[in-house]
Design a protein around this ligand. Structure first.
Ligand SMILES: [Zn+2]
Length: 78
């Protein structure tokens, strides 16, 4: 009776976070988000290994990072 089946290789529901570095949304796992919060640096490690520096939350995103999307696509491929 599993409510949420998931493949072990796919990062569990990454969060898309806009970075001021390239104005793209990057995929950040919950673990990396927690690590960023715990470090107090205000930065997060994206799936593509970019360092994400979030802007004001009122800024609209300008497209998702193609590298994070590629990592997620590869992880979803059997
Ligand atoms: Zn990325």
């Amino acid at each position: 009776m599993s409510a949420m089946p998931s493949a072990p290789t796919r990062p569990a529901r990454p969060m898309w976070v806009v970075s001021v570095v390239d104005d793209a949304e990057h995929a950040v796992t919950r673990d990396d988000m927690a690590a960023g919060i715990a470090s107090g640096s205000g930065t997060y490690r994206a799936l593509c290994r970019a360092t994400v520096i979030p802007p004001s939350m009122t800024e609209p995103p300008r497209g998702r990072c193609p590298y994070c999307r590629a990592v997620l696509r590869l992880a979803a491929t059997p």
